[in-house]
Every structure is written in C-alpha cells, then in structure tokens.
Design a protein. Structure first.
Length: 142
C-alpha cells in the first residue's frame, strides 16, 4: 500500500485532471514488499496517451490489465533486497507472472515472477522455493 500526506497534494486546475483524480508530489511505502510499475497507453476519443500506474496487489494489476481501453506496454517488478538477493531495491522488467500452490497447505498461493532476462523471483509467505511449489499456472504474460 502506498501512502501520502496532505502537504504532498498538488492542486491543478480542474481542466487538467479527470473527475475524482488527485495529484501528489510524492508517495511513500512503509512495508518492504514488492510492487509493480506499469506503463500503459490509454485510448480516448482525443487520441492515445502514455501513463504509469503503481500497484502493490497482484489482483489489482490483473484487473487493470484486462481493461479494454488500455494497452499495457511494460510491467516492472520493483523488488526489495531480500527478494532479489542483492543489497538494494531493484526495478526490473517482467515477462510473466505465475501462481504456485504451497505444498502441504490448503489455499495458500505463492507468486512467481519471471523477468525478461530469464531470472525468477518468488514471493512466498512460507519462503518456499520455486521448484517446490505445486500446480504452476501463468496469470500474466507481458
């Protein structure tokens, strides 16, 4: 989840923003969890325009990618150091997202991220390795 404060709000004239939209100079994230940076093209009567969205929940990302009026061009995984096995956060292009079932549990899924360079990262609440997850199924191909 992303957070912000009132002093981060940018006040634009109403003609420059969509109804219900607010603009912020900055956001923050308190949890050290992965998130997604998505680049997409919005198709309108006035033409196409490129935008970026941030998501912390996979289900929201999957719903967003199914919207007919947009074309997702890039999805990046922004991963913390413990996930990418370095000492820093990384933003890397995703190729696929898979789900896998945790062994010896009921209804516990893990997320498997395949990057464009062929590397895999796993988000597992039980710290299960990719090879030990069951019933791999792809949920997104970029």
């Amino acid at each position: 989840m992303f957070q912000t404060t009132d002093d981060a709000e940018v006040c634009f004239p109403s003609a420059l923003v969509e109804p219900g939209e607010k603009s912020w100079w900055f956001i923050k994230q308190r949890l050290h969890i992965h998130w997604f940076y998505v680049v997409y093209i919005a198709k309108t009567d006035e033409g196409n325009s490129t935008h970026m969205m941030f998501f912390t929940v996979l289900e929201q990302l999957l719903m967003f990618t199914s919207i007919e009026e947009i074309t997702v061009t890039n999805v990046y995984l922004v991963s913390p150091d413990y996930m990418n096995k370095t000492q820093q956060w990384k933003m890397e292009p995703l190729q696929e997202i898979w789900l896998g079932d945790e062994p010896e549990t009921e209804d516990q899924e893990a997320h498997i991220f395949r990057l464009t360079d062929g590397k895999y990262y796993v988000s597992s609440m039980l710290d299960t390795a990719r090879e030990c997850l069951l019933n791999h199924r792809m949920v997104l191909k970029v």
